[in-house]
Design a protein around this ligand. Sequence first.
Ligand code: GDD
Length: 339
Amino acid sequence: MSKSAMLTGANGQDGSYLAEFLLEKGYRVYGLIRRSSTVTTERIAHLIGRPDFELITGDVTDATGVHRVIQRLRPDEVYNLAAQSHVGDSFDVPSATFEVNAVGVLNLLETIRTESPHTRFYQASTSELFGNSPPPQDENTPFIPRSPYAVAKLAAHNLVHIYREGYGVFACAGILFNHESERRGEEFVTRKITKYLARLAVAMENNGGNPPHDWTKLALGNLDAKRDWSFVGDMVRGMWLMLQQDQPDDFVLASGESHSVREFLELAFKSLGVDYRDFVRIDPKFFRPAEVNYLCGDATKARQVLGWSPRVSFEELITRMVESDVARERDSHGLRCAS
Ligand code: GDD
């Protein structure tokens, strides 16, 4: 019999890649997504209608709903990817962030403990837990959270340990460093850059190779922050591997390479043959009240225990994101011109 998995946040960047990965492995996949008055399923539109993929309306903050769904499905695996995932926004909506990122996890773990103890649980922990603990960061590095987002994620991380050690739940935490793709939300810095670059590229194509004279600059915040960026397709493989082990544990997943936002800009703009400094302006509105300065992960444990390592390099990731956004921009520009 094929295995079953329930994914919260199934329509997010990570959820969409993980759903594809698990379906490919023969799983029956249930995707929990929040009710919304607008369409939020673009990333999984190609999966909807498959007999082995079912979408369920639900919200991790709704304890009774979570209870009902898990009691009905009793899935082999639950991957909790639902979150208020924007660190900057968590300063504006701290309570809502805490509710989803911490209380939501409690609802899932409590239901698994009481209703479906055989279910294996994956929690999306994060390198934001480390705050400004010096790099390289691994599973033993102290957590010093620097945002409401990270504090809520740390509460959830600790709950995973309590349910694992106290109740014997097979609960794993993946401490993932930044991971991106062409499906990344446009409010995150990498996609914000590649989307802007794509608009610029197409505008230049239509203006004799030059930027239009009234072209608007890209407003960004802190360009000196350093992040360890990977491709999300590599990360979902690691999530799955964690739940296939004999014992539940925590694992860092990271590339081991760190780059500043400025380096990301330099490389991305180089592909267009222009200098980012002519197109970027700094806007204080995008600085955070407290910043995480330097993340660089050490994934030795994942390499040794899971046999995991990333396959897509930083340069390939940028190329992939830029090419995808340029193709989309050309399409939508063609449509705009035709109408
Ligand atoms: N979003 C954003 N927008 N970030 C900016 C901007 C801007 O205009 N300008 C500079 N930055 C800087 C941020 O201050 C931060 O230092 C860095 O770019 C990356 O920001 P994000 O892309 O928003 O990601 P993040 O590192 O804060 O968080 C992501 O990675 C975490 C794992 O380390 C998210 O995916 C989190 O959910 C995840 O836990």
